[in-house]
Design a protein around this ligand. Structure first.
Ligand code: UDX
Length: 459
């Protein structure tokens, strides 16, 4: 069968996999190929056990794989045979050298640019899809302009999807943003990408802008979202010192339609691969341009997030008579948020590390993230008495305390009377997500410590 367009996605991770799958799903007349430097990852995409968990993803893959969606480890052939290339490689925080711990590590991205340059035999549209710090498209253009016979147009097309709702976000996005260059071929490239999205996204939601605005908007969107969480979390600390209740405060604030009610849930802190990385990248760029006050302002968002996690641990310690040495603590949830197995930058990693430093014993429970949790502890060199038990009833048995770290729905509906019966007394529960019925838990016998509201204790 001859396809109307041949599209390649480089990078088969949390963004690349689902977003390429949706293009294939929505555009049956296009052929979509996804390649990755990691052959095991490709093998997993070709198996029944997909490497990424997202509600609805299985069905989309089942409908497209082998028809117009293909996963392959052959990057060279992929680049040669496709003229539209989405670059979905990961851009983690740089951990060494200049900008260590802040700047974005562009090594995978640059390797990809060089591969595109090396293997291309015809003109291509190259689309940067991940979050890249401002002006990387320019660097991409410069690398690619080293081939004088083949022409490349570079577009920026930041992905705004949020994990756990990736499929919904991709099928029905608030906006699709395309940054392009005002040249004849740049405009043509832009129109090609608009045409792809117009297969399922209403035209008025497809926004085009200059390439730098497009790159920067992605960082700024994430910085604003994270800033809201840090703002409400900062106020939660204040509420705990006074008689105010953060849920009430957030509800009242959120009813101002200018602000809206989203992203106002106080929590143990935000996690995920994007917020911290993007804000740090913004801070780094501000410092580069000598905007130190602006950099400090945004860095404050990250500092409050660290403070909130540390505060959570100190509250636990304080509540449990200033010693948790030898006590058994059960973590309900390890993923950075519900409906994903992703644990990148999850507050749970910090909590686990700190509890083990205090020589507590921890039991980690999570419906989807146990494999990642195990890897994280190993990679971060976090050692101590740790067990991994998926079933929450079994996990809590014999523990002194439960700490809720992820807002999984299953934790809302547990039989806490039964759980209480199997735990060591006095029994503590720290609700780092404010998802439980605190009054009810208190009546059962738990000492209850929510975020940003008075603790309910029996002593
Ligand atoms: C985010 C952005 O939302 C998305 O647009 C961008 O493309 C990628 O980064 P994601 O990291 O998947 O998406 O998760 P998100 O739902 O934004 O949550 C981030 C973190 O904030 C999670 O740890 C979540 O639990 C926490 N959070 C969120 C809160 O603590 N309180 C809230 O009110 C909302």
């Amino acid at each position: 069968m001859k396809f109307e367009k041949n599209i390649l996605g480089i990078g088969a991770g949390y963004v690349g996999g689902p977003s390429m799958a949706i293009i294939a799903y929505k555009c049956p007349t296009y052929k979509v190929t996804v390649v990755d430097i990691n052959p095991q990852r490709i093998a997993a995409w070709n198996s029944d056990d997909l490497p990424v968990y997202e509600p609805g993803l299985d069905a989309v893959i089942a409908a497209t794989r082998g028809k117009n969606l293909f996963f392959s480890a052959d990057i060279e052939a992929g680049i040669r045979e496709n003229d539209i290339i989405f670059v979905n490689v990961n851009t983690p925080i740089k951990m060494f050298g200049a900008g260590a711990g802040m700047a974005t590590d562009l090594q995978y991205w640059e390797k990809t640019a060089r591969q595109i340059l090396q293997y291309s035999r015809s003109s291509k549209i190259v689309i940067e899809k991940g979050t890249f710090p401002v002006k990387t498209a320019l660097a991409m253009e410069r690398i690619l302009s080293n081939n004088k016979t083949v022409h490349f147009d570079v577009l920026s097309n930041p992905e705004f999807l949020s994990e756990g709702t990736a499929l919904k976000d991709l099928e029905n996005p608030d906006r699709v943003l395309i940054g392009f260059r005002e040249t004849e071929s740049g405009i043509k490239a832009r129109d090609t990408l608009v045409e792809i999205y117009a297969n399922w996204v209403p035209r008025e939601r497809i926004i085009t802008s200059n390439i730098w605005s497009s790159e920067l908007s992605k960082l700024v969107s994430n910085a604003f979202l994270a800033q809201r969480i840090s703002s409400i979390n900062a106020i939660s600390a204040f509420c705990e010192k006074t008689d105010a209740d953060i849920t009430e405060v957030a509800r009242i604030v959120g009813m101002d339609s200018r602000l809206g009610n989203k992203f106002l849930n106080a929590s143990v802190g935000f996690g995920g691969s994007c917020f911290k990385k993007d804000i740090l990248s913004l801070v780094y760029l501000c410092r580069h341009y000598n905007l130190n006050e602006v950099a400090d302002y945004w860095e404050g968002v990250i500092k409050i997030n660290q403070y909130q996690q540390e505060r959570f641990i100190l509250n636990m310690l304080n509540a449990m008579f200033n010693t948790i040495t030898g006590k058994k603590i059960c973590l309900f949830g390890f993923a950075f948020k519900a409906n994903t197995g992703d644990t990148r930058e999850s507050p749970a990693i910090f909590v686990a590390r700190r509890l083990l430093e205090e020589q507590a014993e921890i039991v980690i429970s999570d419906p989807k993230a146990l494999k990642n949790a195990r890897n994280d502890l190993q990679l971060e060199g976090i050692a101590g008495k740790v067990s991994y038990i998926e079933d929450p009833y079994e996990a809590a048995q014999g523990c002194h305390a439960i700490a809720v770290l992820t807002e999984w729905d299953i934790y809302r509906d547990l039989d806490f009377q039964k759980i209480y019966g199997t735990m060591t007394k006095p029994t503590f529960i720290f609700d780092g997500r404010n998802i439980l019925d605190h009054e009810k838990l208190f009546k059962i016998g738990f000492n209850v410590y929510p975020i940003g509201k008075p603790a309910l204790v029996h002593f």
